[in-house]
Design a binder for this molecule. Structure first.
Ligand code: PEP
Ligand code: MN
Length: 337
């Protein structure tokens, strides 16, 4: 349930509503809106007495929230959330391109790729220091040394950095270096990790589980918002299907669906969807045309030498073409509203 306050409601009116909610054993969550505050009611086990709330000073309306993801849904917040990472904005009318290698391999590798993607138009740099690998024998990432390299990249290029956290025990370390924290597909329903992310002051990029429905994905985001962190970016990265022509199947219809259901920004990762370089540029164009709020793309200056995901990593000049084409698509879209 959502209690919508009048524009003229005072702090005392809001406090009275919060107290009435808490008196009934529920949790009150004030949600600042454009011109008025709403107070969300969480953890109620059944319907509450609407008339009683309507009788309180400063209350304009009491509306039921029909979706199970109470804080994430549009019913609770009509306006788009814009997530800010340093100078970069994602969501609303803001489109962000995030790029970098799958894994940080060395300072020279990271800086070479960072300079190249920045020159092509990327606004944020991404690289894994802790890598979730299918095989325990595969390269697992450089760990904290990789995080230090990310800090160097930020210092030298000015780009904010995003990197993956693998587990709750490593959260504080990753949090101390990253500007945005990635939760990967294999961890989308790692609930203790989601709760820890909910207590973080850093924005979270939550990738869709490889077999997750959209409802499960939005419920995972709900854990983070329920914990108090409203800066969540969703990332569609493809789901597992029966096909062999791509690593996963990019579910582009997720973009308009999520945009209707939720106020959170949604970006697309064509690299892990495709698993192969030749599909990444067409899928990126499609994602931009499909109204995604951004892209996350794997790029490597020597993909044949990459320690992970080389086959899906673009060469820098391909990434530059991608950026030009995506900018062109966005221009056309802006001109033809
Ligand atoms: C990654 O982003 O490098 C990654 C491991 O992605 P995903 O969690 O989508 O597989
Ligand atoms: Mn990867």
């Amino acid at each position: 349930m959502l209690i919508v306050m009048q524009q003229t409601a005072t702090e005392a009116d809001i406090a009275q509503v919060v107290a009435a909610i808490e008196k009934r054993g529920c949790v009150a969550r004030p949600i600042p809106g454009g011109d008025r505050v709403s107070v969300g009611v969480l953890h109620n086990e059944g319907p509450l007495d609407t008339a009683m709330f309507l009788g309180l000073a400063g209350v304009k309306d009491v509306i039921p929230v029909t979706r199970p993801y109470k804080l994430v849904c549009r019913e609770t917040q009509h306006t788009d959330t814009v997530v800010r990472v340093g100078d970069v904005a994602i969501g609303g009318g803001h489109f962000a391109v995030i790029a970098g290698p799958c894994a940080i391999e060395s300072e020279a590798q990271a800086l070479a790729i960072a300079e190249a993607v920045k020159g092509a138009g990327a606004q944020m740099f991404r690289g894994g220091a802790f890598k979730p690998r299918t095989s325990p024998y595969s390269f697992q990432g450089l760990g904290e040394a990789g995080l230090r390299i990310l800090a160097t990249v930020r210092e030298k290029t000015g780009m904010p950095v995003v990197t993956e956290v693998m587990d709750e025990s490593g959260f504080s370390l990753v949090e101390s270096y990253a500007d945005m924290i990635q939760i990967g597909t294999r961890n989308m329903q790692n609930f203790s990790l989601l709760r820890r992310a909910g207590r973080s002051a850093k924005p979270i990029m939550l990738k869709r589980g490889m077999a997750a429905t959209i409802e499960e994905w939005l419920m995972a985001a709900e854990y983070i918002l329920e914990g108090g962190n409203t800066n969540v970016v969703l990332c569609e990265r493809g789901v597992r299907t029966f096909v062999h022509h791509s690593r996963n199947t990019l579910d582009l219809s997720a973009v308009p669906y999520v945009r209707n259901e939720s106020h959170l920004p949604i970006i697309v990762d064509p690299s892990h969807a495709a698993g192969r370089r030749d599909q990444v540029i067409p899928l990126s164009r499609a994602a931009a045309a499909g109204d995604a709020h951004g892209l996350m793309v794997e790029v490597h200056h020597q993909p044949e030498m990459a320690m992970s995901d080389g086959a899906q990593s673009l060469y820098p000049e391909q990434f530059a073409l991608l950026c030009r084409q995506v900018a062109g698509i966005r221009r056309v879209m802006a001109e033809t509203v």
